[in-house]
Design a binder for this molecule. Structure first.
Ligand SMILES: [Ca+2]
Length: 189
């Protein structure tokens, strides 16, 4: 009888634990779906978000990562967590607009952007898109060092130009997201 009771108790504990594990797993999925929906709702809403302050220019949204300095890979991942990407710059016009955002932020003059030569050690690639960097706006004498494999922008002589830099240095950063052409209504400034 004692053995039967013991077995019953053990089985009961196992059942409860199993249920608990199942619920935990289910809860994680639900939370992930909820997070995805929340971020996507921000980008699809015509209202300006109180969670994620965005600038909008042409076909892109911009977020200024000015609340913590990070290594390049951390900045890349943080932008992904916001359902955005680390910034890519494709024209002089866009470079000027980013220059304005950096001036307006008043948080220093050095920011990470999404260019890197970490992939093959040589060619400059926009991450995480996987496209080769075509338009460039390097500072004089840059890129300067093959060991500096990540791309930053910096303000020198009142101009925003590009520099290769040690990926482990910590800077503020800019995130971007292309606006879906099917949506209207600016969620940003
Ligand atoms: Ca350099």
């Amino acid at each position: 009888m004692a053995i039967l009771l013991q077995s019953f108790v053990l089985l009961s504990i196992f059942a409860v634990l199993s249920t608990g594990i199942y619920i935990d797993g289910y809860g994680q999925n639900t939370n992930q779906n909820f997070a995805d929906k929340s971020w996507e709702h921000i980008f699809q809403s015509s209202q300006r978000s109180s969670v994620l302050p965005l600038y909008r220019y042409m076909n892109k949204l911009y977020y200024m990562g000015i609340h913590f300095r990070a290594r390049w890979v951390v900045a890349l991942n943080f932008c992904e967590s916001l359902h955005m990407k680390l910034l890519t710059i494709h024209s002089e016009d866009e470079n000027e607009r980013v220059h304005k955002y950096i001036r307006d932020a008043s948080k220093g003059h050095e920011y990470w952007i999404g260019g890197t030569r970490l992939v093959d050690g040589y060619k400059w690639i926009w991450m995480p898109y996987g496209t080769q960097v075509e338009y460039t706006n390097w500072s004089n004498g840059q890129p300067s060092d093959v060991n500096e494999k990540c791309m930053q922008v910096w303000i020198t002589n009142n101009k925003l130009t590009w520099n290769d830099r040690d990926c482990n240095a910590e800077f503020f950063f800019v995130c971007e997201r292309y606006v879906d052409s099917s949506t209207s209504g600016p969620p940003g400034l």
